[in-house]
Design a protein around this ligand. Structure first.
Ligand code: APR
Length: 248
C-alpha cells in the first residue's frame, strides 16, 4: 500500500463507522506531544550518555539498582507532569462510539487512563507502580530514604513494575491483546515503530483474521507496506480528524 497523504479516505471512514470490534495498539509516539520522550529518541541532560536499552534490563538492575531506579524516577517525573493529548482523547472517544473496543498499549505512562480510556491492556507494565521482585507483587514503596526503596513486607529493593528487555510479557495481558487482535474488524496501530515483539506481531494477527489494519505514524515502519491504510502524520492531528469525520 503506498503512503497516503493526510486526507482521510472515505473507505477508511466507512470501515471505522461499520466496525463492531475495534482494537488500537499504541506506542510511545502517541505520548510524544505530551512531552514523554519516545524510547528511541535521544535522552536529555544527565541521561544523554546512557542508552535506554542498557538501563532497561534485569542485568542493569542487578549491576546498579540505584542508577536504574534513578533513571525511572526521572522518567516518572516527566510522566507526572505530562497531560494526555488530543490523540489519547480521540481514542477514548472511539471507545465510547463503537460496540467493543480494546486499547493495547506498550506505553507505561498511564496517559490513556488519564484521558478516559477504560479498557486498557498494558503490555509493558506501568511506570507509576513498583513491584517487589521477590514476592512478585505490586507494592507501595516504604517511604524511607533508601534507593531503590524497599519492600514494606520483605525488605527487598523494589523495581519499577515495567517489562524490561529480555523479560516475558505478562501472560494474561498478552493473551487478551492477541485475542482482541484476532477477533476485531478494525485494528489501529498508532505511534509505534513496530520493532519490538511480541507487540509488533499483533497487527499481523489482525491482518490474518481479515481485519482492516490502519497505521498512523509520521514515519514508515515495517508494517506500512502491509497496512490497508498507512497514514503519514502525527497521532494528535490525525486521530481527532478521523474520529470527527466518523462519529462527529
Ligand atoms: N504521532 C504518532 N507517531 C509518532 C509521533 C506522533 N506525534 N512521534 C513519533 N512517532 C512515532 C515514531 O515515528 C516511531 O515510529 O512513534 C514511534 C516511536 O517508536 P519507539 O520509540 O520505538 O517506541 P515504541 O514503538 O513504543 O517502542 C516499543 O520498545 O523500547 C521498548 O518497551 C519499550 O514500549 C517500548 C517498546
Amino acid at each position: 500500500m503506498p503512503d497516503l497523504p493526510p486526507e482521510l479516505p472515505t473507505e477508511l471512514i466507512e470501515a471505522l463507522s461499520d466496525a463492531r470490534r475495534v482494537v488500537a495498539l499504541t506506542g510511545s509516539g502517541i505520548s510524544a506531544e505530551s512531552g514523554v520522550p519516545t524510547f528511541r529518541e535521544a535522552q536529555t541532560g544527565l541521561w544523554a550518555r546512557y542508552d535506554p536499552q542498557e538501563l532497561a534490563t534485569p542485568e542493569a538492575f542487578a549491576r546498579d539498582p540505584e542508577l536504574v531506579w534513578k533513571w525511572y524516577a526521572w522518567r516518572r517525573g516527566l510522566v507526572g507532569r505530562a497531560l494526555p493529548n488530543a490523540g489519547h482523547t480521540a481514542l477514548a472517544d472511539v471507545e465510547r462510539s463503537v460496540p467493543e473496543f480494546c486499547l493495547v498499549t506498550q506505553n507505561v505512562d498511564g496517559l490513556h487512563q488519564q484521558a478516559g480510556s477504560d479498557h486498557v491492556v498494558e503490555l509493558h507494565g506501568n511506570l507509576l507502580r513498583s513491584r517487589c521482585p521477590v514476592e512478585n507483587v505490586t507494592v507501595e514503596p516504604d517511604g524511607a530514604d533508601h534507593l531503590p526503596p524497599l519492600c514494606p513486607n520483605c525488605g527487598s529493593p523494589l523495581r519499577p513494575d515495567v517489562v524490561w528487555f529480555g523479560e516475558a510479557l505478562p501472560a494474561t495481558e498478552l493473551e487478551a491483546a492477541s485475542e482482541a487482535a484476532r477477533s476485531c474488524d478494525l485494528f489501529l496501530s498508532v505511534g509505534t515503530s513496530g520493532l519490538v515483539y511480541p507487540a509488533a506481531s499483533l497487527p499481523y494477527e489482525a491482518l490474518e483474521s481479515r481485519a482492516t489494519v490502519v497505521e498512523i505514524n509520521p514515519d514508515r515502519t515495517p508494517l506500512s507496506p502491509h497496512a490497508d491504510f498507512s497514514l503519514r502524520g502525527r497521532a494528535e492531528e490525525i486521530l481527532p480528524r478521523l474520529v470527527g469525520a466518523t462519529f462527529g
